[in-house]
Write a protein that binds this ligand. Sequence first.
Ligand SMILES: C[S@@+](CC[C@H](N)C(=O)[O-])C[C@H]1O[C@@H](n2cnc3c(N)ncnc32)[C@H](O)[C@@H]1O
Length: 244
Amino acid sequence: MPVLGVAELLRSSGMSTICQRVFGPYKKRSRGQRNSRSSSRRYKGLYIGCGNGRNYLPLGAAGLDLLGLDVSAAALEQLAERAPERRGQLIHGDLSALPDRHRFALVIAIQVFQHGDRAKAHSHIRSAQERLAPGGLFCVRVNAVGTDVAPRHEITERHRDGGFTVLYLKGPKQGLPIHFFSAGELNGLFAGGYEPVLPLRLHETYRTLPDTGQWSQWEAIWRSKAESGTWHCPRRPGARRVRR
Ligand SMILES: C[S@@+](CC[C@H](N)C(=O)[O-])C[C@H]1O[C@@H](n2cnc3c(N)ncnc32)[C@H](O)[C@@H]1O
């Protein structure tokens, strides 16, 4: 079942107005700029870890023009089969697959920053923040402390702010480190340079029997406080598009 939290947040909270304000400058390009071969297409948003489209497609249907990025070629291929018209907007790789200067007015990351230990998770968020244009919106859904972690696992690190990392010993994530964020930890990563548009809120998913307990996730949207103004979204010469 799609996890539409961020999409709902985008729709239900006056975000369309905010998005229009953020996206406004795109519409002001002259016809010459739009037609120029050297002028790149300007993607309105970046979806990091778009997977097979479970949320990418509903977000697109809600009106967002998103570049989809994922390290899984198989997931991207499934997505491209479901939405062939988006094939040219899907990129195989992590953030390093994008040119250094490429910035987006909207960055969306649903259940992706938890992959890895604390250092890796934080570094991933920092790298993603660098991809946000001044005044842009950063939308996150990520594992939260308070989850009844299952299946069998061991806790490999626990920070005084409450965040912890587990190594799964069973199940589909066996052998993988997965991080669980505390509220203070996540808010700390956005302190200073961002203002909450939708402050951190907890979303709990209750497991169905025979499994028990719940999975908690944080959802939030931040806006970069940096001065908005002219910013550049250049061509992506090295990017690996998903091709048939
Ligand atoms: C739990 S799935 C969530 C997929 C999608 N966001 C959704 O809600 O349906 C995590 C996805 O992130 C991708 N992923 C993991 N690490 C990544 C990274 N560093 N850069 C891009 N994608 C990544 C995985 O391949 C996977 O498709």
